[in-house]
Design a protein around this ligand. Structure first.
Ligand code: ATR
Length: 273
């Protein structure tokens, strides 16, 4: 019988996940289908009930449900527990097990470039949901220190505590100061949504140099202002779509226990831009 997978969230109409996963199912000839299902904030409980009724095989979770979904899990893996949020759920004999593929999905493009996070200084711009998985990733890789720059100071302070609890040294700064000190960091990561709509960078790029690796989680447009300027100044750059693809591949592998078809998924993803 056809297995049904889904992505839940709101908004969901521009999600690229159905295209990527359906391409992968087709490529491997699996009798599976993947749908986008809009569940508004506050309606997660009813939404989950409907997924159970159609015997959902597995699903991705996105904004705004990544944290609240934890309440509905029967079991979870270590990464999910550490981060306190889930983006991938697998139906294992009627029980929902939560995973978080954002952390390893984030690290994958760094590893592909043979770069090491160990003992590195990191500047993380943003302190929302996506930023937590990134802090957990650098903690796991034994970075030296992570500096959080965020518009709202309280949220930066919370994230610093989270990092400290994971054994990672951390402090915070504001966006202006961050822009003036970018030369001090090996990794500069944008985990805000700035750059998505208009051509702006969350911080000044003036001091970014060839020793920096600049990673933007924004994937639309592909070439954000931050990446464009950083590239001109000789920095190594990592595109947001690379993480999007890597986390999708991990989800696919959890569900199907098959190696995800990289090229088919990448071609489909890039074809959508
Ligand atoms: P996500 O789950 O994608 O991380 P989020 O939790 O809403 O989304 O977090 C969005 C991040 O982008 C936050 O760090 C937010 O800063 P605040 O904590 O001050 O809200 C940041 N952000 C969004 N719009 C911004 C803007 N115009 N300027 C600076 N930071 C912005």
């Amino acid at each position: 019988m056809t297995k049904t997978y889904a992505v839940i969230g709101d908004p969901i109409d521009h999600s690229l996940s159905p295209a990527i996963h359906n391409a992968a199912f087709a490529f491997l000839g699996l009798d599976c289908t993947y749908i986008a299902y809009r569940i508004p904030k506050g309606e997660l409980s009813e939404g989950i009930e409907s997924l159970k009724l159609i015997n959902i095989a597995g699903f991705n979770v996105t904004i705004p449900h990544k944290i609240e979904m934890m309440k509905f899990l029967d079991d979870m893996d270590e990464d999910c527990k550490t981060i306190g949020a889930t983006n991938t759920v697998n139906n294992e004999n009627g029980k929902f097990k939560g995973y978080n593929t954002d952390m390893n999905g984030f690290l994958e493009p760094i590893k592909q470039r043979n770069q090491s996070c160990k003992d590195s200084n990191v500047l993380l711009i943003g302190a929302g949901g996506a930023a937590r998985a990134i802090v957990a990733a650098f903690a796991k890789e034994k970075a030296h220190k992570i500096t959080v720059a965020n518009r709202t100071r309280e949220k930066a302070e919370e994230l610093v505590k989270f990092a400290n609890n994971l054994g990672l040294e951390s402090d915070h700064t504001d966006l202006v100061n961050a822009g003036n000190t970018t030369g001090n960091y090996k990794f500069i990561v944008n985990a805000t949504s700035v750059g998505m709509k208009n051509n702006t960078s969350p911080i000044s790029t003036r001091m970014i140099n060839k020793d920096c690796t600049v990673y933007d989680l924004v994937y639309m447009p592909v070439d954000t202002e931050l990446l464009e300027q950083s590239k001109k100044q000789g920095a190594t750059i990592i595109y947001g779509w690379e993480m999007l693809l890597a986390q999708a591949m991990r989800s696919f592998e959890i569900w199907t226990k098959r190696k995800a078809p990289y090229e088919a998924m990448k071609l489909t993803l890039l074809g959508r831009f």
